[in-house]
Design a protein. Structure first.
Length: 264
């Protein structure tokens, strides 16, 4: 969000320290100061229609379908004849379903997808999901997750020359081998898999290995306990790191580890 909010998976309340509304024209449908969070039923999108009439877009992008807000958006956009592109995380892998519930979901999604002009497909599972539901492949556009490469390059230029000094602050020698996990400490990201793999290393390799954890979440206590048990002082848990500060963690690392249980 553009103002402080609580991320349930991170287990933290924070505001992003990057400008989320710069570089493009934007309009807020509401600035309700009492809106402290979002869920399936709030907020609604009742004010979208008048805004679309005042300045109709050539095309609209939706990033989900499962809330009142997104469904109201879709209905109003299609009522005005505005094409819609959907880029969402839907797949058949995230939450296993069976029986009547699965059938009803498929019926609902086929109806929604029939109103979409194009799909920004983020990965293999998302593509398979759309194909299974009969979405024409000609409507697919490759749209994987991305990063702000300019910002990442700027952070690299800032922190890379200070690699050794950054390491020394954390007690990491110049020749130490540093593994970095950066993300939410939640089951589907599986940070404990990284620590389990460390137990398989030969002792002479393990004693030169350091692990830095940049993130927070429900597994924080278990991750910290396992890391301290296996590595002792060669384990460092940083907690939640905001985007402008991530370069410091990356600058000390030799390898970024992505142990997630599934892809998008």
């Amino acid at each position: 969000g553009a103002r402080p909010y609580r991320d349930r998976e991170f287990g933290q309340t924070f505001a992003w320290n990057v400008p989320l509304t710069e570089g493009y024209r934007h309009h807020f449908l509401s600035r309700n100061p009492n809106l402290s969070g979002v869920d399936q039923w709030r907020p609604g999108a009742a004010r979208l229609g008048p805004a679309l009439v005042r300045k109709p877009p050539d095309v609209a992008l939706l990033t989900a379908y499962g809330s009142r807000f997104h469904l109201e958006c879709l209905l109003q956009l299609r009522a005005l004849g505005i094409p819609v592109i959907m880029r969402h995380e839907a797949s058949d892998q995230a939450t296993p379903r069976a029986g009547t519930r699965s059938t009803l979901r498929d019926v609902m999604l086929r109806l929604i997808y029939s109103q979409i002009s194009g799909f920004g497909v983020i990965g293999t599972n998302a593509r398979s999901h759309l194909i299974r539901l009969g979405v024409p492949r000609r409507t697919f556009y490759s749209s994987p997750y991305c990063v702000d490469s300019t910002r990442a390059s700027e952070q690299h230029r800032q922190w890379a020359p200070r690699r050794d000094s950054n390491r020394s602050v954390w007690g990491i020698p110049p020749d130490g081998f540093v593994l970095l996990f950066s993300g939410k400490l939640i089951p589907k990201k599986d940070p404990l898999l990284l620590l389990a793999a460390l137990r398989l290393l030969p002792p002479d390799v393990l004693k030169k290995t350091h692990v830095v954890i940049a993130g927070d979440g429900m597994l924080r206590e278990a991750v910290d306990a396992a890391g301290r048990e296996i590595l002792g002082p060669r384990f460092r848990s940083l907690g939640f790191i905001n985007q402008n500060d991530l370069g410091l963690a990356y600058s000390v690392a030799d390898l970024l580890v992505l142990p997630s249980q599934r892809e998008a």
